[in-house]
Design a protein around this ligand. Structure first.
Ligand code: NAD
Length: 353
């Protein structure tokens, strides 16, 4: 796996991963391919160039664009419309085309090259109603999962890969689950080597956070740039909880996966920061106030959107056992990193975020 193509390679995960891998100086040739659809993804181009990473303008919806790529041994698919709200109140094709059709084109390109495939899936494959049925306790600053849970694959520390998959999950989540199924079929029918990482919230510097995706950088930037926020849903208390993983920790895992024989038979792994690296919005607010020295108005919107979930925590036992991997970053180091990045690049980022 010396020659890599990363689709969505100018996005948050793709560009950070490319630079991390290039910095290892282990003789990889990396080409990032992206349509630059995401606002701010163009900021990755000089960073990629500076690190000697190639770039190809490519739209994953267009199979002919893949002909422009150099030969490769591994395709890492990070191209997506990553918002859980995508396709709602607009044509579902806005999310089906880039995510599902796009991933099919990526799979086909990999099959033709006899290349391996690594897929960035999402915790959003798990159904909304089942997650919201988990027993919980309302504590002062957050909702917590109760010690005893009735559904398989769930516990006080989160959700593992055995969690039930029946029920609606958002169009975004459905594209990810559909793509997972197809990837496993390519493994079965074409002998493709593929691994699937179902990620919880990923964050870190260079994430172009917006209200519906990239919430951690969005929250910190709104504090720094003194703009108002809203606690949406669940009574407007800001107690919804998510785990988060620094993109450098994800990159560390992918290096381990590339060096291992394990998992390439289409295995699926939950990947996230877990309970130890989780926050509610209310807690995130306190962290942001502390770092930026700013307090911004936060409106409470009690009504819960149909796609919202109360708590998501990744139970990463399987991936930890398979690769002997643990995240290094903590809540504090992640937020320090994001704050430092925002301050250092403020004039540039204030235009985009
Ligand atoms: N960031 C997270 O919290 C998170 C969590 C779970 C899974 N994921 C998944 O990880 C992957 C990377 O997410 P991200 O956070 O870097 O998102 P991102 O929006 O920063 O990056 C996605 C990139 O894909 C590009 N893109 C969109 N449509 C395209 C198209 N038709 N052709 C080519 N490129 C296109 C965008 O321009 C962007 O640069 C996605 O598949 C996402 O679903 C992300």
């Amino acid at each position: 796996m010396q020659r890599l193509v990363i689709t969505g390679g100018a996005g948050f995960v793709g560009s950070n991963l490319a630079i991390f891998l290039q910095e290892l100086r282990i003789g990889l040739t990396i080409t990032c391919a992206d349509s630059l659809k995401r606002r701010g993804s163009e900021l990755a181009l000089p960073r990629l160039r500076q690190h000697g990473v190639g770039f190809c303008h490519l739209d994953v919806r267009c199979p002919e664009d893949f002909e422009r790529l150099p030969a490769f041994d591994l395709l890492i698919d990070c191209a997506a419309e990553p918002s859980v709200h995508a396709g709602i109140g607009e044509s579902p094709m806005q999310v089906l085309n880039p995510n599902l059709i796009g991933t099919i084109h990526c799979l086909e390109a990999a099959r033709k090259q006899h290349a391996a495939f690594l897929f960035l899936s999402s915790s959003r494959v798990y159904p909304i109603a089942a997650i919201n049925e988990l027993d919980f306790v309302e504590a002062e600053t957050r909702f917590t999962l109760a010690g005893q849970q009735r559904l398989p694959g769930s516990s006080a520390t989160g959700i593992n890969e055995d969690f039930p998959l029946y029920g609606p999950r958002s169009l975004y989540g459905a594209t990810k689950l559909s793509a997972e199924l197809l990837i496993q079929e390519y493994v079965h029918s074409h002998g493709m080597r593929a691994v699937i990482n179902r990620c919880g919230i990923l964050t870190g510097p260079w994430q172009m956070g917006k209200v519906d995706q990239g919430v951690v950088t969005y929250w910190m930037s709104r504090h720094l740039f003194q703009q108002g926020l809203r606690y949406l849903g669940y009574g407007g208390t800001g107690k919804q909880v998510r785990d988060m993983l620094h993109v450098a920790d994800l990159a560390g895992l992918i290096v381990k996966q590339m060096r291992s024989q394990t998992g390439w038979d289409g295995q699926i792994f939950n990947v996230g920061g877990g309970l130890d690296c989780s926050l509610s919005l209310k807690e995130l607010t306190e962290h942001c106030r502390h770092r930026t020295g700013q307090t911004v108005p936060i409106a409470a919107v009690p009504e819960t959107a149909a796609t919202d979930i109360r708590i998501y925590l990744s139970d990463c036992s399987r991936v930890q056992a398979a690769y002997d991997w643990r995240p290094v970053h903590t809540v504090d180091t992640i937020l320090d990193d994001i704050h430092r990045w925002l301050v250092e690049h403020r004039p540039q980022l204030e235009q985009v975020l």
